[in-house]
Design a binder for this molecule. Structure first.
Ligand code: KG4
Ligand code: ZN
Length: 334
């Protein structure tokens, strides 16, 4: 079955053609990062307008790159949420329009679930029960995967998502958006033990996360007593590297150690990781040190950040022969 996937939950317009849930024919991503950089984060109205401009050319490009005609597509899969309402509406309406005009079914899938599916499709591995770890700009949680589409939540963040914390720390260090890769690059030059930063523990909930205190640690390290003023960071370029390294180490160690405790408690055959922060090299090192011979599956590089291949792949698995109704609404929350 040939599936055309559409992803427009945030600031990437992405379209992909995938066969039988795993074979990627094309995976096109029109990034809006440049448009949002001046604002230090995603500006929802600009994102929605850019999706309007990009969606048709990106669909065309995905078909051309895959060397596939519209008549050959069997199913449209679209990310129905969670995400920003304007961007979601553009993707969902494009999917409905294609479904009507091409006379094929469409299905809405969950974007966060698709991040975990990215690791499964990268390795063609479906080793359940397993643990899932989602670490993105909008979400941070650990769940039990009983099957594709069957999950139990174990622990989630009580405040910021980890990617959001990376982005906010980047902004404190005067680094451009998106901040995660910038912080990682700076951290390579710094000493991770220089600042005694710590991610939060949530009382009575060993698998929950909290990054807001860690972010405040960084704020005071960067701005000292002037933390309440919105002025430029006053620390030296060298100190910034140490702050980045110490923050990154504390945040990533927290993900690894809570996942380890969850694995000891809940067991399972494997761990699947998804979301933009999975691109981080230091995180992958920490996991391989801690989990040694236990199978930990990462998404391929092209499937870490928001993309439509994971949407098309998951759509293939979720489709049960019946099209979603045309009044399917976007779901902004998880
Ligand atoms: O999954 P994603 O593309 O979008 C959401 O669904 O949120 O994740 C984007 C997030 C951003 O916060 C970005 O800063 C972070 O992933 N990120 C990273 C790295 N690359 C992207 N964080 C840490 N290290 C990285 N190398
Ligand atoms: Zn995402």
């Amino acid at each position: 079955m040939l599936v055309l996937g559409i992803e427009t939950t945030c600031d990437e317009t992405a379209v992909s053609i995938v066969e039988d849930g795993v074979k990627i024919f094309s995976n096109i991503i029109a990034s809006q990062a440049e448009l949002h950089r001046p604002f230090g984060g995603v500006f929802p109205e600009i994102a929605a307008r850019a999706h309007v401009d990009f969606i048709i050319p990106t669909i065309r490009e995905a078909l051309e790159k895959a060397n596939v005609s519209a008549e050959e597509i069997d199913l449209i899969a679209v990310a129905k949420g969670p995400g920003l309402i304007g961007p979601l509406l553009i993707g969902l309406n494009a999917a409905k329009a294609l479904s009507i005009s091409w006379e094929i079914p469409f299905i809405g899938v969950n974007h966060v679930e698709a991040h975990l599916y990215g690791a499964m499709m990268s390795h063609q591995s479906f080793d359940f029960p397993a643990l899932g770890v989602v670490i993105s700009g909008g979400h941070t949680f650990i769940n039990r995967i009983l099957d594709v589409g069957n999950y139990e939540m174990i622990g989630t963040t009580v405040d910021d998502a980890i990617g959001e914390a990376f982005d906010k720390v980047a902004s404190l260090l005067d680094l451009p958006y998106p901040g995660g890769p910038e912080v990682e690059a700076l951290a390579k030059l710094g000493d991770p033990l220089r600042f005694p930063f710590k991610a939060g523990k949530v009382k009575g909930q060993p698998w929950n996360f909290s990054f807001s205190g860690l972010k405040t640690n960084v704020l005071y390290a960067v701005k000292g007593q002037n933390a309440h003023k919105r002025d430029e960071a006053k620390i030296s370029a060298e100190e910034k590297c140490h702050v980045a390294a110490s923050f990154q180490e504390a945040a990533l160690q927290d993900i690894v150690s809570k996942t380890f405790v969850a694995k000891e408690h809940f067991g399972g055959k494997a761990i699947y990781i998804g979301g933009g922060v999975s691109q981080n090299r230091r995180l992958r090192e920490l996991f391989s040190e801690k989990f040694a011979s236990f199978p930990v599956y990462w998404p391929d590089r092209d499937l870490c950040l928001d993309n439509a291949a994971m949407i098309a792949g998951l759509g293939f698995h979720c489709y049960k022969g019946i099209s979603d109704p045309l009044d399917l609404e976007p779901q902004t929350r998880i």
